[in-house]
Design a protein around this ligand. Structure first.
Ligand code: SAM
Ligand code: DTB
Ligand code: SF4
Length: 340
């Protein structure tokens, strides 16, 4: 039986987002428990495989070559370097390995072939593989699918209306087209956004409505709080109120019931209580490891400590190849830092 799709209007999304917080949390928990193990969080480790000197002007991003963030650009890492990090991430308990490149688009040629080898290698380790390489052609999406890529991250970042304030070097429509190519190639879509860039609540819920109206809905939805990096145009943005992140996680959970909601950048500014509220609101995935792409993330020990104390488990993704359903298992007994 095909499930009935709901087309979300921005007004409906807004009505949910603006509910009294405890009511919003209760409704989000109901949706969460109906669709996911309530006590399990997926651990995903990120690695920047090509850093900085990016041609784009994304106002939030320290990797743009047009801003003055203090950052040492790095060429594309070798397959061996990447696989050794992936192995460490696996040993530390991660189940997804996400590789990010500071590219406007993935160009044809040896570098792209190298990324395909990384994807094959990560999959051979038994990890889910995710990439974020900028815009893709149909051909590239198909090649990534063939290499076994599990998911492709391409964020909408904000509403269509606010997008132009943040990025001028590519359009919202181009973002949507890449997402569609990824989906058509049979790769899961990971797409979300950032709050705290100066957007309104209306922009936040409009972005969620666009994501929720994708068919199929994205497999995962990263919710980032801006990391205001010195030297970027957004360096002076005030920090996001943690309760606003809780609201975003809860609203995303209700509108995208089956998606993984990933509590992403900005966790170093959240105390344990705020993170637990985000999990209660339906966030069920985090970036795990001391570094995001170029900025910091909580220590592995701190994350494992928090999750253990809360009695939570590691979420194991379903493996379509083995027909194994999504499950959960105890957290890794001993923490090994993926960054070691
Ligand atoms: N270049 C590719 C692209 O733009 O799609 C992939 C890498 S890009 C760094 C991946 C995502 O990281 C961006 O879409 C944005 O949502 C997020 N991001 C980058 N800088 C951030 C920051 N300072 N704070 C929060 N999120 C950030
Ligand atoms: C996403 O939504 N957030 C991650 C991942 N997808 C690629 C990246 C966060 C980057 C934060 C800034 C940095 O570390 O450079
Ligand atoms: Fe480049 Fe991606 Fe950063 Fe934009 S977000 S400047 S495209 S690395």
């Amino acid at each position: 039986m095909t499930e009935l799709r709901h087309d979300w209007t921005v007004a409906e999304a807004r009505a949910i987002h603006d509910l009294p917080l405890l009511e919003l949390l209760f409704r989000a928990q109901e949706v969460h428990r109906a669709n996911h193990p309530p006590d399990a969080v997926q651990l995903c480790t990120l690695l920047s495989i090509k850093t900085g000197a990016c041609s784009e002007d994304c106002a939030y991003c320290p990797q743009s070559g047009r801003h003055d963030a203090e950052l040492e650009p790095e060429r594309l890492l070798s397959v061996d370097e990447v696989l050794s990090k992936a192995k460490k991430a696996k040993d530390a308990g991660a189940t997804r390995f996400c590789m990010g490149a500071a590219w406007r688009d993935a160009r044809k040629g040896p570098q792209f072939e190298q990324v395909l080898d990384m994807v094959r290698g990560v999959r051979a380790l038994g990890l889910e593989a995710c990439c974020t390489l900028g815009m893709l052609t149909d051909e590239q999406a198909e090649a990534l699918a063939e290499a076994g890529l599990s998911a492709y991250n391409h964020n909408l970042d904000s509403s269509k209306e606010f997008y132009g304030e943040i990025i001028t070097t590519r359009t919202y429509q181009e973002r949507l087209e890449t997402i569609q190519r990824v989906s058509q190639a049979g790769i899961s879509v990971c797409s979300g956004g950032i709050i705290g860039m100066g957007e309104t609540d209306g922009d936040r819920v409009a972005m969620l409505a666009t994501l929720a109206n994708l068919d199929p809905q994205p497999e995962s939805v990263p919710i980032n709080a801006l990391v205001a990096v010195p030297g970027t145009p957004l360096e002076d943005q005030p920090p996001v109120d943690p309760l606003e992140l809780v609201r975003m996680c809860a609203t995303a959970r209700i509108m995208l019931p089956k998606s993984m909601v990933r509590l992403s950048a900005g966790r170093t500014r959240l105390n344990r209580e705020a993170q637990l509220l985000c999990f209660m609101a339906g966030a069920n995935s985090i970036f795990y490891g001391e570094k995001l792409l170029t900025t910091g993330n909580p220590d592995v020990e701190a994350d494992l400590g928090l999750l253990r104390e809360a009695g939570m488990r590691a979420l194991i993704p379903e493996d379509p190849a083995k027909g194994a359903p999504k499950g959960a298992e105890p957290l890794p007994p001993r923490a090994v830092s993926p960054a070691e």
